[in-house]
Design a protein around this ligand. Structure first.
Ligand code: ATP
Length: 377
């Protein structure tokens, strides 16, 4: 780790399609989150084309800057997958076919018939690289630990990358570096803007105790107030309590709690075992959110929704039916929704203002309806 107290890490997201905007770099978002939690936050991310010379320069520069260089993509069998070549050039090492990697590839292809000869490129290794198993794909990863710098190559396919990260790269990093993992607590609130929330939170947000970071983020499901520390996780609890108190009625939960589950629980307590929805001009946002809510004991069950695109439509039969319409934006770009609940639990028609634009408007409309349920029931 050299002179520095905490090891530094950076990421190379490799693939020309990333630069063309055809693939969104979700690998960087995933690894950024994971590395922060591990206590090894990213100091930078670069998206790079499938170009051997560019990759060689990028790997060489990153290895001199950072203790850990992670890369995803460019491990496929085709001529434009050049991550292995780029890293080999940066290390000044020669690529050679590895007999056991070749045997493993041939074994993997036995079920599909003959292996295309291009796949042999995936059996290449340099002397300082240790292969990382890819149980759900053909491209093995690489782990290189040389000259005080660690480099890991992982596949670009997100599912393969995530598995290799969880099963191999993360444990390797935990063994290699003394890391202080990050503890995270979140308080969530709906129906209040970011700046109004910041004002109510005052010192809790602007001046947290030493060793604790506090931040506020606007999301579709409201604002998230986040406290983190690399110290004792228990230090965060008093801040969570203070934040909840400051946000009052607007706070709906902490950490993994979400608005859909909270609303379904409120319906359950109000005597409705099932919920159906009817929504207009929201492109099914309410249905999509409720359909992925975790079922919970005593909570109402979501049994289905109807999208009304102008014609008459009836919601499925349920103990309670939640109706939501998104009204057209006014001249100032402001949006309102109309929400009501009928059946075993009722809420009279209520009009609410929502914030946000584009696709966010649709999800905000749906969350506004769920927020009304948890407040009024
Ligand atoms: P494999 O050998 O398994 O194909 P690979 O390392 O060659 O993996 P790529 O060819 O670079 O991976 O990318 C394969 C696919 O994975 C891409 O078409 C894209 O859909 C997805 N992908 C690649 N990089 C990323 C990324 N950074 N974020 C999200 N998806 C990605």
């Amino acid at each position: 780790v050299g002179e520095r107290e905490r090891p530094s890490a950076e990421l190379l997201s490799i693939g020309s399609e990333l630069l063309l905007g055809e693939t969104v770099d979700t690998n960087a978002a995933f690894l950024g989150r994971e590395l922060a939690r591990l206590g090894l936050p990213l100091t930078g991310v670069q998206q790079l084309p499938d170009d051997r010379a560019v990759l060689a320069r990028a790997f060489a520069a990153a290895r001199t800057r950072s203790d850990v260089v992670l890369a995803t993509g460019g491990l496929g069998p085709t001529h434009d997958d050049l991550s292995r070549e780029g890293l080999a050039d940066a290390l000044g090492e020669e690529l050679r076919e590895d007999a056991s990697l070749r045997a493993r590839l041939e074994e993997r292809f036995r079920a599909f018939g003959r292996m295309p000869s291009s796949n042999l490129r995936q059996a290449l290794l340099v002397p300082s690289a240790e292969p990382l198993d890819n149980p759900i794909g053909s491209a093995p990863g690489w782990w290189v630990d040389r000259d005080e710098a660690v480099t890991a190559l992982m596949p670009g396919v997100p599912s393969e990358m995530r598995l290799m990260w969880a099963e191999q790269v993360r444990p390797h990093l935990e063994r290699r570096f003394p890391l202080a993992p990050l503890a995270i607590r979140t308080v969530k609130a709906f129906g209040i803007g970011e700046s109004a929330a910041a004002e109510r939170l005052g010192n809790v947000l602007s001046n947290p105790p030493d060793g604790i970071d506090a931040g506020i983020y606007a999301r579709d499901d409201g604002i998230h107030v986040r406290f983190t520390t690399t110290g004792d996780a228990a230090l965060l609890e008093p801040l969570v309590v203070r934040a909840r108190t400051a946000l009052g009625e607007d706070a709906y939960g902490t950490d993994a709690h979400d608005l859909a589950t909270t609303a379904l629980a409120a319906l359950g307590r109000a005597g409705a075992e099932t919920l159906a929805t009817w929504e207009a001009d929201t492109a099914g946002a309410l249905l999509a959110i409720l359909a992925s809510a975790e079922p919970a004991d005593g909570a109402a069950r979501f049994v289905g929704g109807m999208l009304d695109a102008g014609g008459a439509a009836a919601a499925p039969v349920a103990d309670a039916v939640l109706q939501l319409s998104l009204l057209p934006q006014d001249a100032n770009g402001r949006s309102r929704v109309r929400v009501s609940l009928a059946g075993r639990a009722t809420i009279p028609m209520t009009e609410l203002r929502i914030h946000g634009s584009g696709p966010q408007r649709l999800r905000r409309a749906a969350f506004a309806a769920l927020d009304l349920l948890r407040r009024k029931l």
